[in-house]
Design a binder for this molecule. Structure first.
Ligand code: SAH
Length: 221
């Protein structure tokens, strides 16, 4: 993540991003809008300078508060499943480094993102790159509760392992809306795409095995 001194985004970084996009294509990401956004966003700014050299490898990385910035493939995969349209109202659970948040914002969604770790929430508040996105609103809170004041949402994305489908999130999904979340235990999760039809009926699809940090209840001071 960006520290106080401004950091650059140079030709080497841009070249590495192109290579990362090629890797994601080979791994099956086909949504050109998602790939273009990943090519534009300087992921190295979301990592500590000491780890910058790994920023464009397709791997997750440790950030503050014992959390992780998701693997680029996972970010691309979840975003592709979400099928974000311009001006969609998107609720994200687990801001973390805010990389996924920026991917959604770069797709011109109106993003509402919740983080339960105060340390991370406050760290991200000082991250100047986010000033590029007036369409991001961040909240310190418990994602299991969602954000009833701003509901309903067109799309909901959870970036931590949910032990079960959080009922309040499904309540806060618009008819016709889509939620994407990893559901399971700390041994592994299935990526679920949950669709609510116009009459409120829920459909679930399982789309592969993943390993996320746990979604925990309550806020952490
Ligand atoms: N999308 C983030 C992923 C961070 S890891 C990124 O790529 O950087 C998952 C995040 O979910 C962690 O920051 C964790 O603190 C947060 N989290 C876990 N349970 C939560 C909850 N109930 N509400 C909000 N955030 C939660």
């Amino acid at each position: 993540m960006q520290q106080s001194k401004p950091r650059e985004d140079n030709y080497r970084h841009k070249g590495l991003r192109k290579q990362l996009v090629e890797t994601l294509r080979k791994k099956g990401i086909t949504d050109e809008m998602v790939l273009a956004v990943i090519e534009r966003i300087p992921r190295h700014l979301f990592l500590d300078t000491a780890f910058e050299q790994y920023a464009y490898e397709d791997r997750a990385f440790h950030i503050l508060a014992n959390q992780t910035i998701s693997q680029p493939f996972t970010v691309a995969f979840q975003t592709q499943l979400l099928n974000v349209k311009k001006f969609d109202k998107v609720l994200e659970i687990g801001t973390g480094s805010a990389y996924q948040t920026c991917v959604l914002a770069e797709l011109c969604a109106s993003v509402y993102s919740i983080e339960r770790q105060r340390e991370l929430y406050e760290f991200v508040s000082k991250f100047s790159f986010l000033q590029n996105y007036p369409n991001i609103k961040r909240f310190y809170g418990d994602g299991f509760q969602g954000l009833s004041t701003f509901a309903p949402f067109d799309k909901i994305i959870v970036t931590a392992a949910a032990p079960l489908i959080p009922p309040k999130l499904i309540e806060q999904l618009k008819p016709g809306g889509v939620a994407v979340m990893p559901v399971g235990s700390d041994m592994g999760q299935k990526m679920l795409r949950i669709t609510k039809d116009q009459s409120g009926v829920i459909f679930k699809e399982e789309l592969g095995d993943f390993m996320f940090v746990p979604m925990l209840t309550g806020k952490n001071k």
